[in-house]
Design a protein around this ligand. Structure first.
Ligand SMILES: [Zn+2]
Length: 385
């Protein structure tokens, strides 16, 4: 596959700051690791600069009032933020703070998504990866969960306008609520989100009963997991749902949000995936994408600073057909510390009782999903085990 990595330093020159979980350092370190591996020297691997999304493009998903508000909050008059305006549109200092230059930085993320969408739509690449994107929580007129512009929804709208049907797979530990809501009533976009259940966990949605409405019934699919769900159970559920539904839907474009906050060392999530399991996920998606021919991939969450660069480097390796040496390259190690590309340790084993509960919960969710969508999808008989 011809692969494009959509990225430039402007994406991490400003942001929420170092004390915030979504620190832009995550992006810089991922870029530095890929550069250290010379990941863009391969003939079918291209480093492509993003551009700013135009106002018109942002309006594919966002309201004009919201775009104006983001612009105003981005360049506060007299240096102080209009707190009333900020609050009205979901900007909160403790979660999604407004910051100087926000309009440009976040507009660049949306632009990166569009550059990727254009490349795969025109066949200039079979896969495009924007690690800075995947802002799946933003709503048409609301910032939420560290997300300002929903680059994913903007890009999917753009693809729909080109006449494409889209399958969206979201493996971030948080429910992809903003993208689900954006396409809840259409059968031209299939959204599938696997995530930690919204029980005392942001954003509180993403249950199997959320299936879409009207023509969109059965085209919003949710697979929630309890905290401490292990990798084997997660991958089992993924295989039950994602490949069969994406194949039946037969989309023109596969769009994925590849948040790595499912990792067992993540600061926000409580699932127990390792980089090895994460790579299996990406490989499964890659094999689906091969059959489709167009794959637009996004980063997303991931808050363990020593995990994110390795996971997304491994993901880009799968996309661009490269295997990187497991020892971190000296150029990177000198700066950030030596180590291995894959995890060398693994999560502590979960008590038998908790393991049974996570399994029962996942199975019950899948049973609900299958029962309620058997008029829309052909489900394979579940193998016993
Ligand atoms: Zn997340």
């Amino acid at each position: 596959m011809e692969a494009a990595f959509i990225c430039s330093e402007a994406l991490w020159s400003r942001g929420f700051g170092e004390g915030h979980p979504l620190t832009p350092v995550r992006l810089k370190r991922t870029y530095d690791l890929l550069m250290a591996y010379r990941a863009f020297d391969a003939p079918a691997s291209h480093l492509v600069k993003p551009r700013l999304a135009t106002r018109e493009e942002l309006l594919l998903f966002h309201t004009a009032e919201y775009v104006d508000a983001v612009e105003r909050l981005s360049a506060p008059r007299g240096g102080s933020v209009d707190r009333t305006l900020a609050r009205r549109y979901g900007f909160r200092p403790d979660e999604t703070p407004a910051f100087a230059g926000m309009f440009e930085t976040e507009g660049l993320k949306a632009g990166a998504a569009l550059v990727g969408a254009e490349m795969v739509a025109e066949g200039r690449a079979q896969v495009a990866f924007s690690i800075a994107g995947g802002m799946h929580h933003a709503r048409p007129a609301l910032a939420s969960g560290f997300c300002v512009f929903n680059d994913v929804a903007v890009a999917i709208h753009w693809l729909l306008r080109r006449g494409f049907r889209v399958a969206y797979v979201d493996v971030d530990v948080h429910h992809g609520d903003g993208v689900q809501a954006a396409f809840y009533d259409t059968d031209r976009v299939l959204t599938i989100s696997l995530h930690q259940a919204g029980i005392m966990f942001y954003p509180g949605t993403g249950f199997p009963e959320e299936l879409g409405e009207g023509a969109g019934y059965g085209y919003s699919i949710n697979v929630p997991f309890l905290p401490y769900t292990g990798e084997d159970l997660y991958l089992w559920a993924f295989r039950q749902v994602v490949p069969p539904l994406v194949r039946q839907f037969a989309p023109d474009v596969l769009v994925t949000q590849l948040g790595v906050d499912t990792h067992y060392r993540d600061l926000l999530g409580s699932l127990l995936l390792t980089t090895q399991g994460y790579v299996v996920l990406v490989e499964e998606l890659e094999s689906l994408a091969e059959g489709i021919g167009r794959w637009l991939a996004f980063g997303g969450g991931g808050y363990a600073i020593d995990v994110v660069p390795r996971a997304w480097t491994l993901a880009y390796g799968v996309m661009s057909g490269q295997t990187f040496p497991d020892e971190l390259p000296p150029m990177y190690a000198e700066r950030y510390g030596s180590g291995r590309l894959h995890d060398v340790d693994e999560p502590e084993p979960v008590e038998a009782r908790a393991a049974r509960q996570t399994r029962a919960y996942a199975k019950k969710g899948l049973a609900v999903l299958k029962a309620r969508t058997k008029g829309v999808w052909k489900w394979e008989e579940e193998a016993h085990g």
